[in-house]
Design a protein around this ligand. Sequence first.
Ligand SMILES: Nc1nc2c(c(=O)[nH]1)N[C@H]1C(S)=C(S)[C@@H](COP(=O)(O)OP(=O)(O)OC[C@H]3O[C@@H](n4cnc5c(N)ncnc54)[C@H](O)[C@@H]3O)O[C@H]1N2
Ligand code: MOO
Length: 407
Amino acid sequence: MNLLPVAEAQSRLLSSATPVMGSETLPLAEAEGRILAIDLKAGLTQPPFNSSAMDGYALRREDAPEPGAVLKVIGTSSAGHGFEGSVGQGEAVRIFTGAPVPSGADSVLLQEDAEKIEGGIRTKFPVRQNQHVRPRGQDFAEGEVVLPAGTVLDFSRLTVAAGMNRPYVEVLRRPLMAILATGDELLPPGSTPGPSQIIASNTFGIAALARKAGAEVLDLGIVPDDKAEIAATIDKARDAKVDVIVTLGGASVGDHDLVQATLIEAGMQLDFWRIAMRPGKPLMVGSFGKTHVLGLPGNPVSSLVCSLLFLEPLIRRLASLPPVQRETTVETAVTLRANDHRQDYVRAKLSKSAAGDWLAEPFDKQDSSMMKTFAYSDCLIIRPPHAPELPPGTTCPVMLLRPDLLA
Ligand SMILES: Nc1nc2c(c(=O)[nH]1)N[C@H]1C(S)=C(S)[C@@H](COP(=O)(O)OP(=O)(O)OC[C@H]3O[C@@H](n4cnc5c(N)ncnc54)[C@H](O)[C@@H]3O)O[C@H]1N2
Ligand code: MOO
């Protein structure tokens, strides 16, 4: 049986993927993680007026070049309530942080640097020209492109967008992914399984991974091992004009593995099937025109490993996002045995050695049905095809399951 190398399968899949077209307008509160479709220009100048950076007194610097100047306090300017008049010679205005600097004044003296006297203040320190004044427009000017198209709206960008007085933003459409689980044995969580039944679990992890990668997910539920029912569900996905269809299970060679045949009868172009990897060998990739189809194996760990290697990069490419950097190297804590022809992804825990190095220790059992060990794992040790035995302490490549773990 011809098995495709992992890297070749990944590059074949990604070479056929182009970012999805189209945009939508969203309120800022719903735009986190989204990508600007067009340049975002400031709706106003910020700050809109010369404003005070400190609590103190607004004055004319020429009136207080040296300590000991005496100034008459003629009013107050606070945030939201500016002083209407003008500061003349020998005068000052009590001012608070964020308040407009009144006309005539050019500098602010800290209140700690002023001595209160009857009807006014005496300065205790020299005043620098413009000190503690934030000039109008020092952050941005009305009409300025502060956030160019392509910017990912994270916490700091959402803040400046709000400050720019932009309550709505035009962002790229997210790729739409349909997911369906196949199998007569499957029931949703919360069910009471019969004697031959199990709970369908894969959808939850794969949908979460896809959403994190930038997709919108359409869950088409559980479909029995029946060609007509599988075909009808695939039709639903195509009617919804999804960008990606993910099927779970029925990808192998058993009598009940009907997914691939059904898809081909429905007009899917088969690109490739079966990869030189463990777990995840039965992965299938095809397309209906521009719609990508990923047929993932049913075993939970196999489907999740395939999702990390193929689905996440695909969704991020479609969503115009760069790939997640998951690969790094650590030391193996134990002897890793020589590998066969399939690239192995070995579930392992990470710990720090006394010397501060990260060590990977594989779980003894690597059965691809075992969800618990996957949930306890920090990384997958990558064992390339025909890799020789590695003694403890040797550097080995890993794929991090939570990429910020080593940060
Ligand atoms: N004769 C052969 N048998 C198998 C081969 C092979 O090459 N020759 N490959 C094995 C490998 S490797 C894998 S992986 C599995 C994958 O098979 P399928 O994709 O056809 O998956 P199913 O048979 O439908 O299910 C496998 C296993 O996973 C459970 N399952 C299915 N869907 C879900 C779900 N959504 N949530 C949780 N668990 C699920 C299912 O009940 C089975 O236990 O095939 C080997 N066989
Ligand atoms: O490839 Mo299967 O995923 O080994 O269990």
